[in-house]
Design a protein around this ligand. Structure first.
Ligand code: AMP
Ligand code: MG
Length: 400
């Protein structure tokens, strides 16, 4: 039944085998490095914290002093950002979170266990040795690796880089992604919708995805259904982009010019993929650019972008692990008539922690994608019975 169809895995393997990482590295301010891919591992040239400091607001003490008396004179006050003097025998230092431990102190008593009278303080608790002291280098050691190459930087990664004083980071140049949208029926929101026309929703969905994956976007807009216009758009995009992604025109209908246009400007493989939604997919080269032609149906172009373009982009950006992490979840729905192709079903968590399915899985019904929390990756021909485990790909995993 699936004769002549290529499996998702085989198509993906071919795509990824061709992807080559962007070679150029640029130094960007750490402040702007979130979502960029680190080109070289980063090591710390300092200890973090740089000095022993207090983890609490309280009193720095010398434990041996507390053996003779629980009441000590408060000899000094150490604020975060200042430096105390050595602790005099028989005295405590008022100290605040993050303030350096005065030399001689070996524990902090939380202020909750202290009562102040005049210039003395009485403790209700003997602290453990080193209690509430954060030691120099206990977070990061001088010379230690803090971030590996090939990591897509999350906000906390840039924070970590900043904590060791890195003002800039070497990252791969962004992938230049060209998008255009074929179809004489397409109009932009804001334009009146003449009879027979529809709005170009794919432009919004695919642009948004380009942004999610940190690409430098080149948007060539709507391209009319003619061979010349399609060839022209390809030539312009190939001159500026690493990867060209299009929507529509990859079927073999009369108004589908993507195939002949890419063949005229470069080379092309036309695939019929054993997946639903999204059977037709085109993969090729135009000059030095790669080309991926997605189907026009809005759900199909969204899903095929996530399944094929996403890993291709990530790999091209120097990321080795591109497989989305599927999780096992419970289907709270029946799916008695599975397709002979692998399906990506739009589903959503319910209050019972199971998955509900959107009633219409038609590839033209974009509402399903907006309603959903992600996709169930259902193997070819597998009927699902309520209560059974399924492989769930949450958007949160696919959007990274
Ligand atoms: P095609 O692959 O060009 O045959 O298009 C398949 C279906 O998707 C048709 O119903 C098109 O009208 C629709 N379609 C194509 N491009 C877009 C787009 N950019 N936005 C919304 N729908 C589209
Ligand atoms: Mg079309």
């Amino acid at each position: 039944m699936n004769q002549g169809l290529l499996s998702v895995d085989a198509a993906l393997a071919q795509l990824l085998a061709s992807a080559r990482p962007v070679a150029e590295v640029e130094e960007v301010p750490t402040l702007e490095a979130t979502k960029r891919v680190l080109a070289r591992p980063q090591r710390s040239t300092m200890d973090v914290p740089p000095m022993d400091n207090s983890a609490m607001d309280g009193y720095a003490v010398r434990l041996s002093d507390l053996r003779s008396s629980m009441k000590l004179k408060v000899g000094q006050k150490v604020m975060a950002g200042s430096v105390g003097k050595p602790l005099e025998p028989g005295s405590a230092a008022r100290i605040f979170t993050g303030a350096p431990i005065p030399p001689g102190a070996d524990a902090i008593v939380m202020q909750e266990f202290a009562t102040v009278e005049g210039d003395s303080v009485t403790f209700r608790k003997v602290p453990e040795k080193h209690e509430w002291i954060r030691f120099v280098g206990s977070d990061v050691k001088n010379g230690g690796e803090i971030l590996p190459a090939g990591k897509r930087l999350l906000p906390q990664d840039t924070g970590l880089a900043a904590s060791v004083g890195l003002k800039t980071l070497p990252v791969f140049r962004r992938l230049r992604l060209g998008l255009f949208f074929t179809g004489d029926e397409l109009a932009m929101p804001g334009e009146p919708l003449a009879p027979g026309r529809i709005y170009n929703s794919n432009r919004f969905t695919l642009r948004g995805l380009a942004e999610v994956f940190g690409c430098e976007l080149h948007d060539y807009g709507i391209v009319p259904d003619t061979l010349e216009a399609t060839r022209d758009a390809l030539r312009r995009a190939a001159a500026e982009c690493d990867l060209i992604v299009t929507s529509g025109g990859v079927s073999v209908g009369e108004a589908d010019y993507v195939k002949p246009a890419v063949e005229a400007e470069g080379s092309l493989l036309m695939w019929r993929i054993a997946m639903k939604p999204g059977r037709p997919l085109a993969f090729g080269r135009v000059k030095d650019s790669f080309f991926i032609g997605l189907p026009g149906n809005p759900v199909s172009s969204f899903v095929t972008f996530l399944i094929f373009v996403r890993p291709f982009i990530l790999r091209s950006q120097g990321i080795s692990s591109v497989e989305p992490k599927g999780i096992e979840a419970r289907a709270d729905f029946d799916w008695p008539k599975p397709d002979a192709r692998r399906e990506f079903l739009r589903v959503k968590w319910n209050a019972q922690g199971g998955l509900e399915i959107y009633p219409t899985q038609d590839s033209a019904v974009l509402t399903s994608t907006a309603w959903a929390d992600g996709l169930v990756d259902n193997p070819a021909g597998r009927a699902i019975r309520k209560g059974e485990p399924v492989r769930f790909l949450p958007y949160s995993e696919l959007y990274w």
